[in-house]
Ligand binder design. Structure first.
Ligand code: NGO
Length: 533
């Protein structure tokens, strides 16, 4: 239905603009006999994610020393900030001064215009229109987020280095899914804020709008909690393999959240419970049923730890932790894990999750949990994150489908499609393979809307997609990037573009990103079936 709606929208735009090149290109349609569509200039064909509709036409706008970035309406600080950030992103590669000025008046030959139009059609909350002609480029959106995404498209229309020309044409674009996420596990191995910012930059560049942070696990507790200081001070001092670990202070966390927000990336923090809690149990003896703190843990087993479900102190603990985390979180979601609670009896698990979900609600947030919550009692509105795979038992999928039909939105993270920690193939050095190998094509070549249809999940229940990067075997920036790139671009494409998957078209657009990844010194896997330059 959603696809159909989008297709109708596309046809409408097509009718208005007189032709839709990239939607056909994205689907790999062959131009039929008598088809008079012109070839789109290469930059429009290379866009990733592919826009909903593109029309290439006439000469474009050459950037030059006189180019300014104009923002309006005057006095809208947020639009101004979007303009400043775009200028910053363009100054490096173009070498131009690109001053930012407020006001759209007297704009003939004015350069790059960013304008809010609350009635802009076909762009939704996050989409945009981009028009390029010799006198300038106009970006129009209903929201600053839309303008930000338009700016990222503009970057891709320019060469990776040098000033260049924005080719003539028009784009009308909007995302397929509201939730387009990446997850990073900073618990198994600790990663500093600066490195995560670098990841945020890349995600935002490809219109991924959510960063889920897995902040706690058996091997480490990574976020300062004032009311329970030993969590970070002691529980943060370990990681897989016996390294020093580390944690983020609240100021560092706020800094990351603000950095991401400026790029329209929402941070969803996760405190995993009632399992995956050895770091907390090691930090506070009182959290253990027997009152004895275990050693810190640096291996990679899962499913052996549990909070003490029968103890009142456990609920004071989660109230304190989730309360402090909610206060650090401008977004609407708090993720409470709920996966692999193999050491918590099923009835205890359900009782615990009831109380944990109530705490999230008390702090005004919406629950996200791994899909195991479906087998307990998901609270009204709770979002489930599906991480099953082709071999997941039918009964488990049926429980997820029942929750979806009862109104619980789903985030899809199939482990054998979107887990970025799965090896590409037998030669990949970092990574795991419990869900099988995940080559670049496999990560991209599926449809989230129909993925669980066979189990009874309606397409309308799919809130979006997320690619998790677990770090049991990943400790360095090159390894992290090697596993994420280029598969994370497949996630970006699936989350944004409504067209059915088309590997041949997609792999060509992916290959065209190589010079941009190279320009940022990103380590990426040169998959053999992608026509890299
Ligand atoms: C599972 C497990 C994680 C592992 C990951 C490794 C989920 C939701 N729980 O995914 O603890 O790190 O696999 O691939």
């Amino acid at each position: 239905m959603r696809v159909l709606r989008r297709t109708l929208g596309t046809l409408l735009v097509l009718g208005l603009l007189g032709g839709c090149l990239s939607c056909a290109a994205a689907r790999g349609d062959d131009a039929g006999p008598g088809d008079r569509r012109a070839e789109a200039p290469a930059p429009y064909e290379q866009l990733l994610p592919a826009p909903a509709s593109v029309r290439a036409a006439g000469p474009g706008y050459p950037l030059g020393p006189g180019t300014v970035i104009r923002t309006g309406p005057v006095g809208d600080d947020e639009v101004r900030r979007v303009g400043e950030l775009l200028a910053e992103q363009l100054r490096g590669p173009t070498g131009l001064p690109l001053p930012v000025v407020e006001g759209l008046e007297g704009t003939a030959g004015a350069g790059i215009l960013l304008r809010i139009d609350a009635r802009a059609e076909g762009v939704g909350e996050e989409g945009y229109r981009l028009e390029s002609a010799p006198r300038g480029v106009t970006l129009t959106a209903r929201t600053p987020a839309g303008l930000f995404h338009a700016g990222q498209t503009l970057r891709q229309l320019l060469p990776p280095a040098g000033a260049g020309t924005v080719p003539g044409g028009q784009i009308t674009d909007a995302p397929r899914f509201a939730y387009r996420g990446a997850m990073l596990d900073i618990a198994r191995h600790f990663f500093p804020v600066e490195q995560v910012k670098r990841y945020v930059d890349q995600l935002a560049r490809y219109k991924v709008n959510t960063l889920h942070l897995h902040l706690t696990d058996d091997q480490g507790w990574r976020i300062a909690v004032d009311s329970w200081p030993r969590l970070a001070e002691y529980g943060g001092g370990s990681e897989v393999g016996g390294g020093p670990g580390g944690h983020w202070t609240k100021d560092q966390y706020r800094d990351l959240v603000a950095y991401a927000a400026a790029r329209y990336v929402d941070v969803v923090p996760e405190i995993d419970m009632p399992g995956h809690v050895n770091a907390a149990l090691a930090s506070y003896a009182e959290l253990n049923c027997d009152g004895k703190a275990p050693e810190r843990y640096t291996g990679i087993k899962v499913g052996f730890s549990s909070l003490c479900v029968g103890k009142d102190r456990t609920y004071e603990f989660i109230d304190d932790v989730l309360g402090e985390l909610a206060a650090l979180t401008p977004g609407r979601y708090l993720h409470i894990g709920g996966d692999e609670a193999h050491s918590t009896p099923a009835a205890d698990y359900a009782a615990f999750m009831d109380r944990a979900q109530a705490v999230v609600g008390k702090y005004g947030k919406t629950v996200v949990a791994w899909h195991q919550l479906a087998a307990a009692r998901p609270a009204p509105g709770a979002v489930l994150q599906y991480w099953g795979h082709d071999k997941t038992a039918a009964a488990e999928k049926a429980a997820v489908a029942a929750a979806a039909k009862a109104g619980h939105p789903l985030i899809l993270s199939p482990a054998d499609r979107l887990y970025l920690d799965m090896k590409y193939d037998a030669t990949t050095k970092p990574g795991l393979a419990w869900a099988g190998y995940v080559p670049v094509r496999r990560a991209y070549d599926w449809d989230p809307g129909t993925y669980l249809a066979g189990s009874g999940v309606p397409a309308s229940a799919v809130l979006g997609v997320e690619a998790p990067l677990w770090t049991e075997t990943i400790a360095t920036r090159p390894d992290l990037e090697f596993m994420a790139f280029p598969r994370i671009l497949g996630l970006a494409e699936l989350g944004w573009n409504p067209a059915p998957p088309d590997w041949s078209g997609y792999s060509r657009r992916l290959a065209a990103q190589a010079p941009r990844l190279d320009a940022e010194s990103i380590t990426y896997y040169r998959a053999p079936d992608v026509p890299w330059p």
